[in-house]
Ligand binder design. Structure first.
Ligand code: UT7
Length: 331
């Protein structure tokens, strides 16, 4: 069943920003026992951009957001809403959304954060689409932004080689023609919450000497469990979402999966019988940028011509929660 919005939604523009500092796999070998070969073979990642001292998530978000607004040809004052997906906010509150709203002077916009692990960007895009589709908002800036390097234990080779920092942004607005949102679905599996967690510093384990000594203020990930889980649930989930839109897998022109691991992306494509050329992959340059990742790939796909107007693009993400979600856009 195709979605029926009261108001049709359009994608008006995209943007991205990554911090200047690049950290190669070779540099990581000076910090932990790892190798360029291991990281490339197991993940596909060659380098990542990492926040320098003083740089924070809201700055990346604002820069990506402004680029998307310029591409859309609209000013910050025209925005009704800003939604930022992040797992590494500057602080718990105020959220990155309100910080960005103040920085870019989006004087008429509401603003908030969405935290749904790496799937946050897809959650935020779906919420923004529903807000426009219902007639509540006319123009929404959706941003996925991370400085996850600040939450990673740089002595833990299981996690520190994976993540990168940056932000991607999308502007949605009322369409003068067709509705761009063909299908959307969000899932959560909270019983698997221990697969990826950041346990310390809040109500369950407030910050104290013991929590710092225990390393509670770092990302913990059961990488192999996540790997198996994603491979199990995502292929059939993706097929279901296509069916909802009345589409065949072969109707999708471009696939954007969460850029966590090249082996995961290749495995899903194989199961779906989709050629690798149809997938936008940029994790080799940026690593896993969590809630920013699919927006970075969407923006680069547009910028280098791999995605064109009229294409049907499927964005699929998965992450802490566990959560997963997908949205099909006819751009
Ligand atoms: O963004 C949120 C979603 N997250 C994901 O999608 C992550 C999904 N998981 C993965 O991408 C993969 O599981 C990882 C890349 C995290 C790990 O790859 P793996 O093939 O599942 O490796 P593993 O965890 O089973 O570890 C294999 C071996 C272990 O050594 P032993 O026990 O076999 O001796 C690890 O200790 O590789 C070792 N290892 C490393 N070796 C060199 C783990 N990390 C490293 C490293 N360098 N950085």
């Amino acid at each position: 069943m195709t979605l029926k919005f009261a108001v049709p939604v359009a994608l008006l523009g995209t943007g991205m920003y990554v911090p200047e500092r690049v950290v190669t796999n070779d540099e990581l070998t000076k910090m932990v026992e790892t190798s360029d070969e291991w990281i490339i073979e197991r993940t596909g990642i060659k380098e990542r951009h990492i926040a320098s001292e003083g740089e924070v998530t809201s700055q990346f978000a604002a820069k990506a957001g402004m680029e998307a607004l310029r591409a859309a040809g609209i000013t910050p004052e025209e925005l009704d809403m800003i939604i930022v997906a992040t797992n590494s906010p500057d602080m718990l509150f105020p959220g990155v959304g309100p910080l960005v709203q103040g920085m870019i002077k989006a004087t008429k916009a509401g603003a908030c954060d969405v935290q749904a692990g790496c799937t946050g960007c897809v959650y935020a895009l779906v919420l923004a689409s529903a807000g426009i589709g219902s007639g509540l908002w006319k123009k929404v800036l959706v941003i996925g932004a991370e400085a996850l390097s600040r939450l990673v234990d740089w002595t833990d080779r299981n996690t520190c080689v994976l993540f990168g920092d940056g932000a991607g942004a999308v502007v949605l607005g009322v369409s003068e023609g067709k509705n761009a949102v063909l299908a959307a679905e969000l899932h959560a599996d909270g019983e698997k919450g221990d697969y990826i967690a950041f346990p310390g510093g809040l109500a369950a384990r407030p910050a104290n000497h013991a929590s710092v000594d225990a390393g509670d203020h770092f990302v913990k990930m059961k990488g192999n469990e996540v790997f198996k889980y994603v491979n199990k649930v995502i292929p059939s989930f993706v097929k279901d979402v296509c069916e909802q839109a009345g589409l065949d897998i072969s109707d999708i022109d471009a696939w954007i999966f969460h850029q966590a691991n090249l082996r995961i992306i290749e495995g899903i494509l194989r199961r779906l019988n989709v050629s690798e050329e149809k997938a936008i992959v940029n994790l080799q340059k940026y690593g896993n940028t969590s809630a920013a990742s699919v927006f970075l790939a969407l923006h680069e796909g547009f910028a280098d011509g791999r995605i064109s107007r009229g294409d049907k693009v499927m964005l699929v993400s998965f992450g802490a929660g566990m959560t997963y979600g997908a949205i099909i856009l006819e751009i």
